[in-house]
Unconditional design. Structure first.
Length: 122
């Protein structure tokens, strides 16, 4: 939300899990961080490869994940940092001075177009 004037538009095509469902996803990321500490990259790669992939990403390059590209000593920090992230609340997104489109994955029920008095579901 800082320096939003630097951008003309905000479009998130594959956004993270956000808002209400975020806490469950954050717990999963914290578990992945614990796994990274105890089992290393091999355990994380195995766990991610066994995880479901959204239909919209199933044919994307790099899925299922085969290499992490993160140093072993930094690996636990990646899911830990991801666990602590979220989009700003809907009302803050609505105050952006430009159009913001959050297009959820095809496996999710809706998208939010944020501009004007409140987000709309479609």
């Amino acid at each position: 939300m800082t320096e939003s004037e630097r951008f003309a538009r905000l479009v998130l095509l594959i956004p993270p899990t956000v808002w209400e469902p975020r806490s469950a996803q954050a717990n999963a990321y914290r578990g992945l961080a614990d796994l990274a500490e105890s089992g290393g990259p091999e355990a994380v790669t195995t766990a991610l490869a066994a995880s479901p992939v959204a239909a919209s990403l199933s044919d994307a390059p790099g899925h299922p994940l085969r290499a992490l590209g993160v140093r072993r000593d930094l690996l636990p920090s990646v899911p830990c940092g991801t666990a602590g992230s979220d989009l700003p609340p809907r009302d803050q997104l609505a105050r952006l001075p430009h159009l913001a489109l959050v297009r959820l994955l095809s496996s999710m029920p809706c998208a939010y177009t944020v501009k004007g008095p409140s987000p709309t579901s479609s």
